[in-house]
Design a protein around this ligand. Structure first.
Ligand SMILES: [Zn+2]
Ligand SMILES: [Zn+2]
Length: 314
């Protein structure tokens, strides 16, 4: 009976010990599993953050490459004095080439396979920005990230090719780092279009660099020396009549997009004609309607029509 009892308690002990061992093994398995899962999730988080970092970094590059592309195109248009047939296509082609190079760089640096395609470049509701749309696909190991990104690309501080493209075939136009010096070219251009008093634009000048006029609202141009300062600095203004930057690259003085206008300034020693074609560049180059003389500083004058006088508060 005693033996039996011992035998019985031995069995009970073995059974309990066995249960403990099983429970321990289960706990170890469970613990390992939990650790593995947490570790795995961490890895995924690290990978996703990494991908996020890479894609953000890449998208930041598009902005700069896009501006560089525009700069390269406009410099080339000005040097060759040849307008683009399609600024959109030219831009897409050139930016795609730049992105291809960037993609190779990212493959070497981050081991990420990127494919990119510039979908479009379009004018926006602000003429100083163009909207560039790019399709992107990032692949690394089994991770994949796809997106169509929209990048706002500034056109500020780029050269404006419009006047150079329109007048360079007429003799002696030149330009320096900030202004276009028309000499006889603009008056020849106007004469060819049978615009009266074209001589007033002999030796006229205009800005070369796109700079946004800070005197906004424009109605304040009539205050103090505002117009003088605006003209001296060669500022550009928003205009629904003037052409956008992409159309300027195609030598179009007007377009359907929201664009710019800047003033073309006659030489101080003009013949004393009281009226001549009005100063905003889209008027001088295209619409050709007249304005009266307006003195903006001592003996400095522009010709300006009533509608633009109203716009600028003159
Ligand atoms: Zn201004
Ligand atoms: Zn346009």
């Amino acid at each position: 009976m005693k033996i039996l009892k011992d035998d019985c308690s031995g069995h009970i002990f073995s059974a309990i010990a066995g249960l403990f061992i099983i429970a321990f093994i289960l706990m170890v398995i469970l613990f390992l599993n939990v650790t593995y899962t947490i570790d795995n999730e961490n890895n995924q988080a690290i990978a996703s953050d990494n991908m996020k970092y890479i894609s953000t970094d890449y998208i930041r590059n598009i902005d700069k490459l896009s501006y560089d592309t525009l700069e390269e195109i406009s410099n080339n248009v000005i040097i060759t004095k040849t307008p683009l047939k399609n600024s959109n296509d030219q831009f897409k082609k050139l930016l795609n080439e730049k992105l291809e190079e960037k993609n190779k760089e990212y493959l070497d640096k981050y081991d990420v396979k990127i494919s990119s395609n510039v979908i479009s470049i379009e004018s926006s509701d602000k003429p100083e920005y163009l909207i560039v749309k790019v399709y992107l696909n990032f692949e690394k190991a089994d991770e994949r990230y796809r997106d169509v990104v929209e990048v706002k690309t500034s056109v500020l501080n780029l050269k404006d090719p419009l006047g150079i493209l329109l007048c360079s075939e007429y003799s002696d136009l030149t330009y320096n780092e900030s202004r276009v010096l028309y000499k006889n070219s603009l008056s020849d251009f106007l004469n060819k279009k049978n615009v009266e008093n074209y001589e007033n634009y002999i030796n006229a000048t205009a800005p070369l660099i796109i700079k946004k006029c800070p005197y906004d609202p424009y109605i304040h141009h009539g205050d103090g020396n505002v117009l003088y300062d605006c003209i001296k600095n060669g500022y550009y203004h928003e205009s629904s009549d003037g052409s956008c930057y992409l159309c300027r690259l195609e030598a179009k003085p007007v377009c359907s997009h929201y664009g710019f206008e800047t003033f073309i300034i006659p030489h101080e020693n003009i013949k004393n004609n009281l009226s001549s074609v009005s100063a905003p560049d889209h008027v001088v180059f295209f619409e050709n309607y007249f304005g009266s003389q307006y003195s903006y500083f001592e003996n400095k004058i522009i010709f300006i029509d009533n509608a633009h006088k109203l716009k600028y508060g003159l």
